[in-house]
Each structure stands twice: as C-alpha cells, then as structure tokens.
Design a protein around this ligand. Structure first.
Ligand SMILES: Nc1nc2c(ncn2[C@@H]2O[C@H](COP(=O)(O)OP(=O)(O)OP(=O)(O)O)[C@@H](O)[C@H]2O)c(=O)[nH]1
Ligand SMILES: [Mg+2]
Length: 271
C-alpha cells in the first residue's frame, strides 16, 4: 500500500474513543493483528497516569514493540485529544519519523465517559466504541461521539445474552441516533464482525490516501467534571477545536459554558 503514487506525506490518523472498558485497546489490538501484514501501522495510547494500554498491546505481540507509544495525559484525558493535542501530535510524528512511511496510526483516547471526541487537528477520522454491557439504552442517549463519529462500534455482542440486551435493537437505535451513519456490532469471538471492522478501516485508509475524505469535527464535549490530583473536583467544558486559541492556556477550564456544535458537524465522511 505504501507504494501508490498518491501516497500522502503522512499516515492516516484514526482516533478510537469511548467510555472506560468498552474495548478500545482490544479493538486496536484486533486491527493490528488483522492488518499489520498488509499496511504499515503505529499506535499511540493515552492513559491518565500510566502506560498500561501500551503495555497490554506490546505484550499481545500484535505489533513491533517500538511502534506502540504511550502518552500520559494527567487529570483530564479529554484535554490531550481535544484542546492541547501537542503531546499526541509529537508521539505520532515521532512514530512516523522512526518507522515511516506509515499508512495508519491509531490513537486511543483515555477512557472516560460518553463525551470524548478527538480534535480534527489530531485525527482524520474517529471511531466511538460502546459495549453491550453498558446497557442497550446507551446508543439511544446520544452525545457527539455516538451521533457524529465516523464509525460507531457496539462491542462485546457475545455478552448480550448475559446482560439481557437485544443487539439488533441497540444497533438500530444507534443507527437512528446517527441519522444512518455507519454502525458495526463487534465481538472478538465473531470473525465476520471483525471482518466488517477491518473492511471499514481499509476503505477509510484508502479514502484518506486518495483525498476522498474530509475530517469532520463531531462537536465539542459536554461539560463534565474530574477530580484533580489534589482531590479538587473541577467542572469544565471543551470548546470547538477550530475555535481554540493555542495561546489561551486557560481555555476550557475557567469558563464552563456550552458551545454550539461545529457547523460541519452534520457532514458525512466519504465512506
Ligand atoms: N466478551 C468480550 N470481552 C471483550 C471484548 N472486547 C474486549 N473485551 C474485554 O473488555 C475488557 C476491557 O477491554 P479494553 O480493551 O481494555 O477496554 P478499553 O476501552 O481499552 O479500557 P480503558 O482503556 O481502560 O478505558 C477486557 O477485559 C477485554 O478483554 C469482546 O469482544 N468480548
Ligand atoms: Mg484501553
């Protein structure tokens, strides 16, 4: 894939966000296992205080160890993927310098709540991951990631019978919440669902490579709270990525007002 004349100067950056424990690292591990023989890949993980996710992926042996890099985000995992993306951009660029040319760099956000969205300044497209264990209603409840990520994955469908979730219903609710945007039900135990995911990633990688994909901002996160390292709980919101003044170091943390969705938020990607 790296030999095509239309090869862009940098890799396709694909973000993976979603609530804690829904299976973001597992999904990235699956993609590495399935695709690393055909495309050149790298991974950047974000954890609040550790590099645990990077270590899990390295231990799984799905990718050369040095192609998996960790960013420690500090108290608010959203900031690192939305407001100050510099540490992540540096990690991606270091990967490309050390192992390039790469076709695809996967960036995992720190797991948090339903509100996480990547800035288009960091990624070209994003996957939002839910799981059936979070409840069949979650997809219907919406949020910027559920509604407007480039792909919504409903993971761990194998667990549905144990948590009494009707997967078909959850998928159709998710599709409604996304105005028909792509939704994939996934289980690592169901190869056809893994194939659907890898097909989507292949098509998106090609679309980015051929200049057919325009990055879309799903919109800002809802106001939310975090306990800081000193135990203080701060409520804050993150603004539209394109409106962020990089010189304003207080942005998003001292004025907990809401922002309107980005004007491009309803455009659909090419695939
Ligand atoms: N049954 C089942 N379990 C899964 C599947 N995918 C992931 N898991 C399990 O879900 C748990 C959480 O998976 P992770 O991949 O660590 O989730 P995560 O979203 O990266 O978690 P954080 O980074 O901590 O937010 C692990 O125990 C996985 O083994 C699946 O398809 N089926
Ligand atoms: Mg993880």
């Amino acid at each position: 894939m790296a030999e095509t004349p239309a090869t862009p100067t940098r890799a396709f950056r694909l973000g993976v966000a979603g609530p804690v424990g829904t299976g973001k690292t597992s999904l990235i591990g699956l993609l590495c296992r399935e695709l690393a023989d055909e495309i050149e890949m790298g991974v950047v993980t974000n954890d609040i205080y550790t590099d645990e996710d990077a270590q899990i992926l390295r231990a799984a042996g799905v990718l050369e160890i040095d192609r998996i890099r960790a960013v420690e985000t500090g108290a608010c995992p959203h900031t690192a993927i939305r407001d100050d993306v510099t540490p992540n951009l540096i990690a991606v660029e270091d990967l490309e310098r050390d192992h390039g040319p790469l076709d695809l760099v996967l960036v995992e956000s720190g797991g948090d709540n339903l509100t996480a969205t990547f800035s288009p300044a960091l990624v070209d497209a994003q996957i939002f991951v839910l799981d059936v264990a979070g409840g069949g209603d979650v997809a219907r409840k919406g949020g910027p990631g559920i509604a407007r990520a480039d792909l919504l994955v409903v993971n761990k469908t194998d667990l549905a019978p144990y948590v009494e979730v009707d997967v078909e219903r959850m998928l159709s609710d998710a599709s409604d919440a996304r105005d028909g945007g792509p939704v994939i039900g996934l289980s690592r135990h169901d190869q056809s669902s893994v194939d659907a995911l890898t097909d989507w990633v292949r098509r998106m990688t090609l679309a980015v490579r051929e200049g057919r994909h325009t990055p879309v901002d799903p919109g800002p996160m809802a106001p939310h709270s975090h306990a800081d390292e000193d135990g203080q709980v701060t409520v804050h919101s993150h603004g539209p990525a394109d409106a962020h003044d990089p010189l304003d170091v207080t942005h998003g943390h001292t004025h907990p007002h809401e922002h309107r969705p980005h004007p491009l938020a309803h455009e659909r990607p090419a695939v």
